[in-house]
Write a protein that binds this ligand. Structure first.
Ligand code: PLP
Length: 384
């Protein structure tokens, strides 16, 4: 029997965009959720070296001790905490970290609270491991209302998933907000799973506040190398939690995956020394972020909140069109610009589109001009 899991819908717009490109169309991709930069050179050379040395066998299931140690040190110094390496598990990306976390803590019939809008895979993975999903709609400014969160917790709630900075909104939670959420979690004795994959990609500080700083036991923090080091294809990430949870997650890893890729682990270890590459990428992302925000703000009918992290912006297009799927489809067909419909991120994402600014300034200028053109034509003729 094939297990029931929903498709990752975001990939469908990409498929249509590719089809148009094969037919010779000049498509601007603003839907892609990965950095357009190359892997840092040092990490690239290290993976080649690993292969040349024959470092192509299984490693310890929890990951190479040197890498776990280096991540523990990196987090300890960046967050001004003491984190020991026995609290770190290397995973095949945050994706597997999510699967292991939820498989470890959920019992049949448990529910997990997920902000809406948020990363579409959360509900799919929760259901895949037998849990139920409870969504909490974010406010107009994309903040999480603590009272609403509290009201949604019931006797069967096992955890809340946070994503800070957020895909798709680009906002991140302040230490005060994290504190408020942690207090509620503590009162209800539930876990906080905090997906911090974009934590290093914030533009007004070095990194966004981490749930680890809240000093709460029932926390699983997930982060990885896909975004900050432009290493999406290397499939490498990590989880930080209590040693007991890490031991349990490791048992799942041993059975499902044996260990993360040895080559990717070597690349990850080297990437931790690639601060300058990261600074370069962040500078570029920041320039693009400012441009996209400035241009969107000028488009009539579009409401936009300045994003502070990740490389996404999530404009509200409700004054123009309430059906984000239709908007995205027509925009692609008419102007050859691919964006992700907000509905893909939850009911509350409807009436928005997600624009990813992980492409060049020139392409962004062109893409935004085409969007503006598309919207201005909507007022003069019926396009939708
Ligand atoms: N979490 C979020 C919020 C994401 O946006 C993504 C990828 O887009 C992932 C997790 C997947 O991360 P990884 O490549 O580490 O599996």
């Amino acid at each position: 029997m094939i297990a029931k899991i929903e498709p990752f819908e975001v990939m469908e717009i990409l498929a249509r965009a590719k089809e148009l490109e094969r037919a010779g169309e000049d498509v601007i991709h603003l839907e892609i959720g990965e950095p357009d930069f190359d892997i840092p050179k040092k990490a690239k050379l290290e993976s080649i070296k690993a292969i040349k040395e024959g470092f192509t066998h299984y490693t310890e299931s929890k990951g190479m001790p040197e890498l776990r140690e280096a991540i523990a040190e990196y987090l300890s110094s960046n967050l001004d905490l003491h984190i020991s390496s026995d609290k770190v598990l290397i995973t095949g990306g945050v994706s597997l970290g999510l699967l292991y976390s939820l498989s470890t803590i959920l019992d049949k019939g448990d529910n997990v609270i997920v902000p809406d809008p948020s990363y579409p895979c959360y509900p799919n993975i929760i259901r895949f491991v037998g849990g139920r999903v409870k969504t909490v709609g974010l406010e107009e400014d994309f903040s999480l209302n603590i009272e609403k969160l509290k009201e949604n917790i019931d006797g069967k709630t096992k955890a809340i998933i946070l994503n800070t900075p957020s895909n798709p909104t680009g906002t991140y939670l302040s230490s005060r907000e994290l504190k408020g959420i942690t207090e509620i979690a503590e009162d209800s004795d539930i876990y906080v799973i905090s997906d911090e994959i974009y934590s290093g990609l914030v533009y007004d500080r070095k990194r966004s506040p981490s749930i680890l700083e809240q000093n709460y036991e029932k926390v699983i923090m997930l982060d990885g190398f896909s975004k900050l080091y432009a290493m999406t294809g290397m499939r490498i990430g990590y989880a930080v939690s209590t040693t007991e949870i890490i031991e349990d997650m490791d048992k799942i890893q041993q059975n499902l995956y044996i260990c993360p890729s040895s080559i990717s682990q070597r690349a990850a270890l080297a990437s931790l020394e690639c601060e300058r590459d990261v600074e370069y990428m962040k500078r570029k992302f920041n320039e693009r972020r400012k441009l996209v925000y400035r241009k969107l703000k000028k488009i009539n009918g579009v409401k936009v909140i300045e994003p502070k992290g990740a490389y996404y912006i999530f404009p509200d297009i409700r004054k123009i069109c309430t059906d984000s799927n239709k908007f995205a489809e027509k925009l692609l067909e008419k102007e050859k610009v691919a964006v992700t419909p907000g509905k893909a991120f939850g009911k509350n994402g409807e009436g928005h589109i997600r624009i990813s600014y992980s492409t060049s300034i020139e392409k962004l200028e062109d893409g935004l001009n085409r969007i503006e053109n598309f919207i201005s034509q909507l007022s003069s003729q019926t396009v939708l």
